[in-house]
Design a protein around this ligand. Sequence first.
Ligand code: AP5
Ligand code: MG
Length: 219
Amino acid sequence: MSRRVLILLGPPGAGKGTQASRLCAELGLPHVSTGDLFREHRAKGTELGRRAQEYMDSGRLVPDDLVLDMLFDRVAKPDCARGFLLDGFPRTLPQAEALEKRLGGGTAVRVLDLRVADKALVDRLTGRRTCRQCSHIHHVRTSPPKAAGRCDRCGGELYTRTDDEAATVEKRLAVYRDQTQPLQGYYQKKGLLQEVDGDRNPDEVFRSLRQAAAGMEAA
Ligand code: AP5
Ligand code: MG
């Protein structure tokens, strides 16, 4: 079987991380999230983490060269040899072009574009709580943890991401519209884009994504 690369596109709060965990478990693909990779670098106090911090905390994108080096290092690891799922990458046209060049031929690519209305996104992000240990995602109202402040999956400490403050969320949504949304047209022209309504309960969204990914195997 050729290599499969699944790209989850969508605005901040669309549910990329939530759905990526489930899809990766189902499909046996590694979950590659550039946001999670940057947060790991920050937690370890690396130079890359330090350089990314000011961009992330202000809701701006980290410069392409920093993102690309980190991402290509990650997908060169043996667990990605048969494919991987990208969450939060690409986010700019130069990133998409660099990915395409890197993958070359012989890779089946599908882009699943999660659509969610802006007002729902703000509520999802300001109520999100993330596990410091395993990055598992909760929401104070829609998916609260069983024990207050503790991750259901690993028992780690839950925290509020610094970029989930209301003003930073608005900035991230504006950056998304300006720099990332043009990727819809880019992938549509290539016949790779599939829209998925992300404004439904997580199980329904998952079923649609799974169906779209299964279509890819048959393609
Ligand atoms: P990143 O970590 O990728 O953040 P993001 O794209 O802004 O997306 P989020 O993680 O905020 O949202 P999500 O879609 O994963 O939603 P989630 O599943 O958590 O990036 C952070 C920063 O890193 C960027 O701003 C940038 O600075 C930098 N960066 C990262 N990648 C980069 C790149 N390629 N280039 C440049 N810079 C980059 O869900 C959100 C909440 O909603 C949760 O509480 C969840 O429980 C809830 N929820 C999920 N689904 C549903 C549902 N169906 N119904 C109700 N609630 C739901
Ligand atoms: Mg995420």
